[in-house]
Each structure stands twice: as structure tokens, then as C-alpha cells.
Design a protein around this ligand. Sequence first.
Ligand SMILES: [Zn+2]
Length: 281
Amino acid sequence: MKQRSLVMAYVFATSSVSTLMGGFVACGAQSYRISVHGETADKIDRPNTQSSGSNLSSGSLPGVHSASGWKRSLPIRFVTSDEIESAVVKQLQTAMKTWEMAVGKPLFAYDGVEAKKGADFRQLYEPLSDSKNGNYFDHNWFGATGKPNSVLATTIWENSPQESSSITKADIRYNAEFYVFGNSLDEFSEGKRTIVDMESLAVHELGHLLGLTHVKETEDRFSVMNPSLFIGEGMITRRLSKGDIVRIRSIYGIGDPTLAQALEKADDAADGADSADQTRM
Ligand SMILES: [Zn+2]
């Protein structure tokens, strides 16, 4: 715990420097629903999840876009493109564990490496056309996704036509054209490509994949679902806030309370460290 606090102190100390340098980057999560009228499936862009609260179905908690999530199809089977090296896949899996600890149950199951690459998809939603939930690196980011260069990654998902609060498929695409993904505590930016902490980014994108929207900094400044993320060497946001835990449990409940309690304990200890660091900013 002691060691973790020291790391957090470093992160918060350098984050103010990064703000001055403009290292503040947005995420561009999006979903679409297929309406099955006639022979062609229409892709309907939903309002972006950037603003929490305004486009939620009635009765769902703020910060949640799909109130049933994947509850009917757990665990979520996923693959990783073969261009994602195994160390980075491990960081993705660590991020998955973070969410699993919060709900005290397995959420994900790894189906291994997928031969397809980001470059195989010409259009943002194309990865949803197969049955695999994939993670892809895009080296032609704007060309393939239409998203600005500053966007780190995007999660796309499809809701069930029968039950719009359920998610049936999802993919995560990473902007490998402008960023390097790895462990930002011991890896570096490469030329114009800034290092992004894969575990931190994956915690955020997996939040979308599981059913969460963005949460504004003014509502919960420790949430991993804040729309922007500090990036660069030493910058990490790997830990869920208390609010994140409440929101994810509103979808998935709690399986094994022992696992969930372990996370809460760690969270309490680290919260103390955060407040001390914040005052120094
Ligand atoms: Zn996002």
C-alpha cells in the first residue's frame, strides 16, 4: 500500500505539468443499434455518451448507458488482434480484473489471438459485423474510424434489438497511429507517439463496454470514467472510484463479497493518499 501511495503521488505531481503541456485527451465511445426493418440493417448512431445523464433511459442510474449490460451472456468472450503484444494483453487483462473485483465475479473470458488487424476494417463500426468482441490497434486512425487524432481509443457496441438495455457485442479500437500503449511507469513515448498507460485506458474503455457512460470530473473527479485521461510517462488512472464501484454494481450486482471487500479496503487506503496529494497540486 505504501508503495502504491508513492506512485500516486508521482502521478498527481506530474499531472499539473501535463495540463500545461496540453496532455489532456478525450475518449470517443459510441454505440449503435441495429433496427431490423426490411432487409437492410440500418445503423443508427445514438447520441454520444460524452454527456452523462441527458440520454439515459428512465430509471437507470446516471453514468449507465445499458442497465442490463451483458448480464444474460456472461462471461464476455473476447479476442485480441495479433498486433497487440502479449505484455499489453496482460495489461488489458489486469484492467478486466479490476472490474471483476468490483463485482466479485468473472466478467471476461479470453478466446486468444485474432488474425485480423485494425487495418482490416475500413469503417468505424465494421468490427461489429463479426461475432467476436475484439481489441484492435489502428495505425490509420482517422481514415478507419473518422475520429480526431487526439482520441485515444473508441469502444463500439451493439444493443439487443429485443432488449435495448442489453449489450450483445462490442469491440475496442486503439489509436496506435498517434499513441504507444504500454506500462507508462516504465515505458516511454516514441517520437510523436505519446505513451499511454494501457491498463488505465483499458479500465476506461472496458467501463463503456460493460455499460457505463462518462462521468464528469465535477461529479466524481476520481472516476475512471472521466471523459479525459492524463497521458505520458508516469501517468496512470488504474483504480476505480467509490462511485465507479456503485455504478458497475448497479448493473452486475455482487457475486463473491470477499473479492468485492478486498477492493473496497484497497480503495479506502488509497483515497487517503489521493486527498493528501491533491492538496499539493
Ligand atoms: Zn470514454
